[in-house]
Ligand binder design. Structure first.
Ligand code: B1M
Length: 211
């Protein structure tokens, strides 16, 4: 790999924000195209971070600091990506379901999805089924991601899927669900398409589903 890209890759993998922003600026100044910086350095490094998390070498804090480093690099890169018309891997609307205020895990999922090249529309917390419906109509995403941390709010995942069905937009979007109390069994029971136990798997499964 080009030495300038390697610096960015290592910066993201090690969660070093300044190394990433300096590295991205240096690569842009050197005329390396934005898509190469994004795909070969940043997304590849987030893939590595995801693998390290899945095999127990990295934990949530490491993943968070890498995601933050990636985010600051992306902010610098975004104008060049737009100028180069680089296509995103897909679009995802995410939110924590109605009645639930937990957002740390959902934010991590959003960051990992961004790290995997997805455009993410984050609706925040306490998102009603109707708000999900409206956002899907507005943004036309490939996926909608529902997060719930409370056993008492998990049923809102089913209410949201019911609302998508009632609005006639369920076939247009894949539903991904996750959160500490959520299981594959529950996902199957309520008719969600994808269950992910963690943020790294969420990004991997979204990519697989797009492929
Ligand atoms: Co709350 N809370 N909390 N809490 N809280 C839990 C969830 C709880 C297990 C604590 C406990 O009792 N041991 C318990 C739930 C019990 C249950 O439902 N059976 C609980 C409770 C009861 C409550 C309140 C009701 C407490 C009260 O007021 N009496 C209240 C509810 C408020 C509300 O939501 N309406 C409440 C409030 C809060 C705080 C506001 C104080 C704070 C949230 C701050 C915030 O998020 N901004 C909080 C916190 C921090 C926690 C714990 C301690 C940590 C949650 C967390 O952030 N984990 C939690 C106990 C625990 O988990 N140890 C607890 C780290 C995070 C990275 O993991 O969110 O699991 P997690 O996300 C993972 C995966 O689940 C997955 O990927 C993430 C990263 O790998 N994932 C997805 C998550 N969403 C996904 C979506 C996907 C795919 C994967 O696809 C779309």
């Amino acid at each position: 790999m080009d030495a300038r890209l390697q610096v960015i890759y290592d910066g993201v993998a090690n969660g070093e924000q300044k190394v990433v922003t300096d590295g991205v600026q240096a690569a842009l100044d050197a005329g390396i195209d934005a898509a190469t910086i994004l795909n070969d350095a940043m997304i590849a490094a987030m893939g590595y971070v995801g693998n390290q998390f899945e095999c127990g070498e990295y934990f949530v804090p490491e993943m968070l600091i890498s995601a933050r480093a990636m985010k600051s690099g992306l902010a610098l890169l975004r104008p060049a990506l737009i100028a180069a018309n680089v296509k995103s891997a897909g679009k995802v609307v995410v939110g924590t379901v109605q009645g639930d205020l937990h957002d740390i895990g959902k934010n991590l999922v959003a960051m990992m999805l961004e790290g995997a090249g997805f455009e993410v529309v984050d609706l925040g917390v306490d998102v009603s089924p109707q708000k999900f419906v409206d956002a899907i109509k507005e943004h036309q995403p490939n996926f909608v991601g529902l997060s719930a941390l409370l056993t008492t709010t998990m049923p809102k995942m089913k209410s949201t899927i019911d609302a998508l069905n009632a609005a006639g937009i369920r076939p247009n979007v894949k539903v991904m669900i996750g959160g500490a109390p959520v299981t594959q069994r529950y996902a199957t029971e309520i008719g969600a398409d994808i269950f992910s136990p963690d943020a790294a798997t969420a990004a991997r499964r979204a990519k697989e589903a797009m492929a």
